[in-house]
Design a protein around this ligand. Structure first.
Ligand code: ADP
Length: 260
């Protein structure tokens, strides 16, 4: 009977990551990549050496948010992640394809294999924390990724448009199967704040995050407004320059994991 190898050791030689956080959602378009980016920015601003592994390979949007359009460089050691202006490390399939607008039409197992290689073959260096932008849903592909990368905790992204309890239950089942703790949930597009009077309008109906969080014992890390400025900065590849107060509580989550 072979001794179980610490999966962290499967990283490229000389590289290490203290904690890995997976960001999941029930479906696409709720802002999972946005929350991944803002969480990583909060960690980075708090002085942690931060990386993002873009595993949402069918819609890799992370590089664009950070204004990265060049292909990843290859050194004689292996594949190098891209660095953002504030020195975060990023790897995404979009940094490898010839044309960043090419669609990826791979099947599940190939996607999971590529993502696993992002873990094993990229020269990440020494990171304090890595955020993984997971493929949407709780199907085979995210499951395989969770089995091949040592994820220390999961963040669930929801929006008020969804059947939040169902998504939370599915994510909890997946987390239990993998024996990974759920660190909290983030409700995105929670409300819109009137720029004139400051009133909060619940565009998609009242938030259920607090009630569902309490019911399942999952802390609500943040409720993010629909923010046209944020969307603009993100589209312009300047998301790092967004003032990111809404995600401040992420720092407490990291501290609880022993990162501060
Ligand atoms: P997902 O990763 O869940 O598919 P994205 O993070 O790519 O979703 O977000 C989908 C779209 O919505 C993007 O164009 C993004 O800029 C926009 N968006 C996400 N969250 C917000 C927000 N809080 N305010 C404004 N626009 C947002």
């Amino acid at each position: 009977q072979g001794e179980q190898k610490d999966p962290h050791e499967k990283m490229h030689e000389g590289c290490s990551v203290k904690k890995v956080i997976g960001v999941v959602s029930g479906k696409g378009g709720v802002g999972k990549s946005m929350v991944t980016a803002l969480s990583a920015i909060a960690a980075n601003r708090n002085g942690l050496k931060t990386g993002i592994l873009d595993a949402d390979i069918t819609g890799p949007s992370i590089p664009k948010m950070f204004g990265i359009h060049e292909k990843a460089e290859v050194s004689n050691m292996g594949l190098l992640p891209a660095s953002t202006p504030t020195e975060m490390e990023i790897m995404s399939l979009n940094l490898l394809t010839d044309n960043e607008t090419d669609p990826v039409i791979w099947r599940g197992p190939v996607i999971a294999g590529a993502v696993t290689q992002f873990w094993t073959d990229v020269i990440w260096g020494d990171l304090d924390v890595m955020f993984i932008d997971m493929p949407p849903g709780t199907g085979d592909v995210p499951l395989t990724i969770f089995q091949s990368i040592p994820v220390d905790g999961i963040i669930i992204v929801t929006s008020p448009q969804e059947l939040v309890s169902m998504i939370v239950e599915k994510a909890m089942k997946m987390a239990q199967m993998m024996n990974i703790p759920i660190l909290g949930m983030v409700e995105n597009m929670s409300y819109l704040q009137c720029p004139d009077c400051g009133k909060k309008v619940e565009v998609f109906g009242p938030s259920s995050a607090d009630a569902i969080g309490a019911e399942y014992g999952i802390p609500v890390i943040a409720k993010l407004p629909i923010d046209p400025k944020l969307a603009m900065l993100s589209d312009a590849g300047r998301i790092e320059f967004h003032e990111n107060k809404e995600m401040d509580a992420m720092v407490d989550v990291l501290a609880e994991m022993g990162l501060d």
